[in-house]
Design a protein around this ligand. Structure first.
Ligand code: PLP
Ligand code: ZN
Length: 483
């Protein structure tokens, strides 16, 4: 393998691989589920063995050198090109600034309160403000390659979404333009105003379905089965592939040494947790890392099918059952029938086989813990969304259960930016959560703006006196002393 910062010459072949029946399909066509058995796919690099001829040490050098590359095709998640999609040409690769998000260690004060050593990987610092851009840039880069090869003059991209998938899909579709038209299908009233503003601003057709995400997903699946559309949900295996970059970046951040690291990921449709496990396994396979971190999935008690499955200790007795979701502040993970569950099961088995017992675990937290944790984290300088709060709640829970050691570092996934979920913060501060959530504000966490001078004083007083009175009120409110 050539090192350096030029675009790699390595090209391979990839294929869809069915997790149900093991059949393989060519990637020259768009596939979402196996035409033969209906199960989900993974993408496989058929030449992966060749990569193993390069030493782990060398790979580390290559990826580290690329971290400083000026080539846009290598600046984002395709820094890990050989592990990602080594069938794409540089002209197919899109770069809107995704990936390379920082990991921010929690302040000593926060760790003192939570009794856990934590750090947040701020995936809300991606272009559409959630981790979804990692998978979406991969899916759209592949789509561009297909369009180029087939000379397609019209491609309709569709996705169902809890908000962030549509924001991301609409952004990349808007950038690619040309033959690509974007349609997003959202559960009516179940996405935040910020998330709704994003696909609208990007010019996508936004269609709403009364119900929850799972209902939208069924509509989209019907479309994908019967019409010529490109499906961008995480059923699309290219999305999972791109999201593996999260694992690669965590490893690189810690100089490829993951001993004593525990990675916490919220589980919704279970694409992200799949990708994170798959990514770490690839690194281990190539000798880029020497040991796996431990991976913890976290779910709310209002949407916890994966937790329920793994809460049965004996693998032979586990039964997969979708659940009906209840309202959750971790709204982006409020999914009762996760599409990627078969993928989770696949990787969890390998993860435990190679990482030992407890290498993969799923925790359940309450809505109250999710909200308290989001508010607390942000009080100490983080920018966590509600799902990020869910991760912190999970880490605290893991510590309580004795699953997380005192010296271990919990790396938490802030999957979106705080501002996307600010409505939940607002409900917390007003203590106005609808009863179904079961969330009450802790008074010591509440923060409200205070009106420091009456509006009617503005009419009553001269401009000068108005300012003087306002300033005087501030002085009294804060108890300021003169210098
Ligand atoms: C999509 C999403 C999730 C859930 O991820 P899955 O891959 O569906 O499990 C969590 N948090 C945010 C902010 C999301 O957008
Ligand atoms: Zn199959």
């Amino acid at each position: 393998m050539k090192s350096g910062q030029t675009f790699p010459a390595y090209r391979s072949r990839m294929e869809y691989f069915c997790l149900g029946c093991g059949r393989r399909y060519d990637i020259d066509e768009l596939h979402y589920t196996c035409p033969s058995c209906g199960d989900v796919f993974l993408l496989r690099d058929t030449g992966f063995k060749e990569l193993k001829q390069t030493q782990g040490e060398k790979w580390r050098e290559i990826f580290d050198a690329r971290a400083g590359s000026k080539d846009p095709a290598l600046r984002g998640i395709f820094r890990f090109y050989e592990l990602m999609a080594p069938v794409l040409e540089p002209e197919d690769i899109i770069y809107l600034g995704e990936g390379g998000t920082p990991i921010v260690e929690s302040s000593p004060q926060l760790c003192e309160i939570t009794k856990v050593r934590t750090a947040y990987k701020n995936d809300g610092q991606n272009p559409s403000a959630s981790f979804k851009d990692r998978g979406m840039v991969c899916a759209f880069s592949y789509l561009r390659a297909l369009i180029r090869r087939h000379g397609w003059d019209q491609v309709l991209t569709v996705c169902a979404s809890t908000g962030d998938t549509s924001a991301s899909a609409a952004l990349y579709a808007a950038y690619v333009g040309g033959p690509v038209k974007s349609v997003v299908i959202l559960p009516h009233g179940k996405v935040t105003p910020q998330q709704m503003a994003q696909p609208l601003g990007s010019g996508a057709v936004v269609l709403e379905v009364p119900g929850v995400f799972d209902d939208c997903m069924k509509v989209v699946e019907y479309l994908a089965d019967n019409f010529r559309v490109a499906l961008l949900n995480s059923k699309n295996a290219w999305r999972i592939l791109g999201q593996e970059s999260y694992a690669f970046e965590v490893a690189q951040w810690y100089d490829w040494d993951l001993a004593g690291k525990c990675v916490f990921v919220p589980i919704g449709n279970a694409g992200n947790i799949t990708a994170v496990m798959s990514g770490f396994l690839k690194l281990l396979d190539l000798g880029v890392i020497e040991s796996l971190p431990r991976v913890f999935g976290v779910q709310s008690h209002h949407a916890d099918p994966v937790y329920r499955y793994y809460s049965v200790d004996e693998p032979g007795k586990r039964r997969w059952r979708p659940v009906n979701v209840q309202p959750s502040a971790a709204q982006a993970a409020m999914i009762g029938n996760p599409v990627s569950f078969p993928r989770v099961r696949h990787f969890a088995e390998r993860f435990e086989a190679l990482g030992g017992d407890g290498a993969f675990q799923v925790l359940q937290v309450t809505e109250q813990q999710i909200m308290d944790s989001m508010i607390l984290a942000n009080r100490f300088g983080h920018i966590a969304c509600t799902q990020g709060g869910e991760c912190l709640a999970g880490a605290v829970r893991a510590r309580e259960l004795g699953l997380l050691g005192q010296d271990e570092l919990a790396v938490l996934d802030a999957t979106a930016h705080q501002l996307k979920f600010i409505g939940f913060q607002e409900m917390y501060f007003q203590d106005s959560f609808p009863a179904e959530y079961g969330v009450r504000a802790r008074p010591e966490f509440v923060n409200r703006p205070e009106l420091i001078i009456e509006p009617k004083d503005k009419d009553r007083l001269s401009a000068e006196d108005y300012v003087a009175k306002a300033a005087e009120n501030v002085v009294q409110r804060l108890g300021l002393t003169r210098k």
